[in-house]
Design a protein around this ligand. Structure first.
Ligand code: ES4
Ligand code: ZN
Length: 324
């Protein structure tokens, strides 16, 4: 079964490219760009990855991103993730990036998007891996700033398939970003949002009803509302669940406590994803293997989860047919 999990061709729908920055590359880029980082060794970095909640992770994740300055840095970051895709049998990936994490430090929008998209074009050429890019707004910042970022992205609209919402969830509900999501929808972007990761299921309702999103990132708190579960089942709204992330950020105590099997058995459209694999101890295969080893996931469950990812992706119907 482990071999089967490793080899089955997969799609990934919830991956923050900044969260794929491995400590080794962090050191290399710090050196290349002459940037001080608060660690003396790769081991010291890994030891710092001991999180108590989402915010404790985000503090370290944003600090790690400081080493990214030039187009080549974003290219190298993305290329390193593509090599992991090859190892994990990922043939299609939809990656998030956080423009504000970089533009706030003076990095220009084009530097970021051109570096990432060049690596993805090369991935298609060299490995046949297809991809889409989703731009996330940082929810701890204002809607005003999200609107500014949205305007900045418009010259690169052909490279960005959708917009998302991430960062500190508690206290920053989807309702805060109604206007920018409306603008993005009118401009033809696909819409997704992190909701019900740490915050309660009311954030999922808001994402659906106020932002009109097409996928929910995480969404595991939905189990606390029978009415919402029924709706998600009926509408087959995709949930991009990230098991390693949930364990590392203490959303669940351990894999046995994770509710992914419950969501799946209820009939929801669940997918498995790695979120921030460099920080959460493993890429996509590890997420599947951890579930397989700890809860009663059958081979049929795994096939269903993988098929859900392709079905819920933003690829064309033609390509979907080819992949399914
Ligand atoms: C994130 Cl796990 C998670 N949650 C919310 N925002 C994020 N950004 C990067 N990883
Ligand atoms: Zn995420």
């Amino acid at each position: 079964m482990i071999e089967f999990i490793k080899k089955i061709p997969k799609a990934e729908l919830h991956l923050h490219i900044e969260g794929s920055l491995e400590p080794e590359l962090m050191f290399e880029l710090a050196k290349r760009n002459n940037i001080k980082i608060p660690y003396n060794s790769v081991e010291e970095v890994r030891a710092a990855y001991d999180f108590t909640n989402l915010q404790s992770f985000l503090d370290i994740y944003y600090s790690g991103a400081n080493v990214l300055l030039h187009k080549k840095d974003f290219y190298d970051l993305t290329w390193a993730y593509i090599l992991k895709c090859v190892q994990n049998s990922i043939i299609h990936t939809e990656i998030f990036f956080d423009p504000q994490t970089h533009t706030q430090r003076g990095v220009s929008f084009d530097t970021i998007i051109l570096g990432i998209s060049q690596a993805l074009e090369d991935a298609k050429e060299k490995f046949g891996i297809t991809s889409n890019i989703i731009m996330c707004f940082l929810r701890h910042l204002s809607q005003e700033e999200a609107l500014k970022t949205f305007e900045e992205s418009l010259p690169f609209k052909d490279k960005i398939i959708g917009v998302g919402l991430d960062s500190s969830e508690l206290g920053h509900p989807p309702s805060k970003f109604k206007e920018v999501f409306k603008k993005a929808k009118d401009a033809g972007f696909k819409l997704v949002a992190h909701a019900g990761e740490e915050a309660d299921y009311s954030y999922i309702y808001e994402a659906l009803d106020l932002l009109d999103i097409q996928r929910i990132d995480h969404g595991v708190q939905a189990v606390h509302s029978k009415e919402l579960m029924e709706r998600l089942k009926k509408e087959q709204t995709p949930l991009t669940v990230c098991p390693n992330s949930n364990i590392e950020l203490k959303v669940f105590e351990n894999y046995k406590q994770h509710n992914v099997k419950q969501l799946l058995d209820y009939g929801l459209n669940v997918t498995i994803n790695s979120d921030d694999p460099a920080y959460f101890k493993g890429y996509l295969n590890d997420n599947f293997i951890n579930l397989y080893e700890n809860i009663d996931l059958t081979k049929e469950d795994i096939i269903k989860l993988v098929r859900n990812s392709f079905n819920s992706s933003f690829i064309s119907d033609e390509l979907k047919k080819e992949y399914l």
